[in-house]
Design a protein around this ligand. Structure first.
Ligand code: PLP
Length: 344
């Protein structure tokens, strides 16, 4: 048995054999000079899947989101974000650091901000106040345990954004998970947004990389911002070759992750100390709250580690993520470990 079953994140996934072969055979060039054919192919594929004109290959999701905020805003403006969103909480404040705009966090129901709440917080520019220029959505919603934000919410927020001439950016790090779980095509979510970022390096198992997708003119501007941020990569076709495999071969497999997460949640939700509604585990992320009479969260995490199960503590609880590199055996191992540690 492997030393650890790693449920910390879907970012721990290793490239597949097919990806390694594709890297060996990839035709490459200097992408900063615009002549890497494999990067171009990946960008065209991404744009066509999302249903927009153009795409830009970036080293990380954080850089994709940073560029998106920068390209849609100017100083003295404000950006509406969901209060538990990744872009607001987990990207080292690039909104203020790079774009010099203020984030305006709003509460939500499992990642879906009530459209009327969005409307209420849109600000007109005045000598006292910033102009709201961008709304950021996230789907699936990481900190809401991989929740799928419904298409109706996207449509309603798009309508309000149009009324006020505001752009909408989607942090779609796991948009394919959202699409599979909701049976809504990725393009339908994307149609409600001016730009979409998605990650290749999560459940899609590429070693590195994300894509930012939008109209052609904006992506050309984004390319300049990427260079300024140090994200121009030379023979990036080696990485893009993996990304093409991610998009053509790895998407449907995400369903297995969803099934495993559901099974794991069903098996542990009623153990002592755990608060979790297994019905709310819609995709590949489980977040449960933990309040036990004798055991703290760090103790639980370290006892799980002794039994070969890696997971991450989060505020008030624990996060477990399923992905390509945890199989049924790993799930059974985790269930057994939880039951032994939290035996009644
Ligand atoms: C992982 C993730 C990102 C980007 O992460 P990187 O590690 O910078 O690639 C952005 N948004 C969400 C919701 C994520 O889960």
């Amino acid at each position: 048995m492997k030393p650890y079953s790693d449920f910390r994140s879907d970012t721990v996934t290793r490239p597949t054999e097919e990806m390694l072969q594709a890297m060996l055979k990839a035709e490459v060039g200097d992408d900063v000079l615009g002549d890497d054919p494999t990067v171009k192919k990946l960008e065209e594929l991404a744009a066509s899947i999302i249903g927009k004109e153009a795409a830009l290959f970036v080293p990380s999701g954080t850089m994709g989101n940073s560029i998106a905020v920068k390209m849609w805003t100017r100083e003295l403006e404000e950006v509406i974000v969901e209060e538990k969103s990744h872009i607001y909480n987990m990207e080292s404040t690039h909104m203020t650091f790079i774009s010099r705009v203020t984030p305006r966090p709003l509460p939500s129901r499992r990642g879906a901000i009530a459209p009327e709440l969005v409307r209420k917080h849109i600000r007109m520019p005045s000598v006292h106040t910033p102009r709201t220029s961008l709304i950021c959505l996230e789907n699936t919603h990481n900190n809401w345990g991989g929740a799928v934000v419904p298409l109706e919410n996207f449509l309603a927020i798009r309508k309000i954004a149009d009324e006020f001439g505001i752009k909408v950016h989607l942090d779609g790090a796991r948009i394919f998970n959202a699409s599979l779980a909701s049976d809504v095509p990725v393009k339908e979510y994307a149609r409600c947004c001016d730009s979409v970022m998605f990650c290749l390096s999560k459940g899609l198992s590429s070693p590195v990389g994300s894509l930012l997708v939008a109209d052609r003119e904006t992506i050309e501007y984004a390319r300049r911002i990427r260079k300024a941020l140090g994200g121009g990569m030379r023979q990036a076709g080696l990485l893009a070759a993996c990304g093409i495999i991610s998009l053509t071969r790895m998407v449907d497999r995400l369903r297995e992750d969803h099934e495993r997460a559901r099974r794991l949640a069903q098996a542990i939700y009623d153990l002592p100390g755990i608060t979790l509604n297994p019905e709310e585990v819609e995709t590949n992320i489980i977040i449960f709250y933990f309040n036990h009479p004798t055991m703290t969260i760090p103790e639980l995490v370290s006892r799980l580690k002794e039994k070969g199960i890696l997971c991450l503590p989060v505020f008030g609880g624990v996060r477990l993520v399923t992905h390509k590199d945890v199989d049924d055996e790993d799930v059974e191992r985790a269930i057994k470990a939880f039951r032994e540690i939290l035996a009644r």
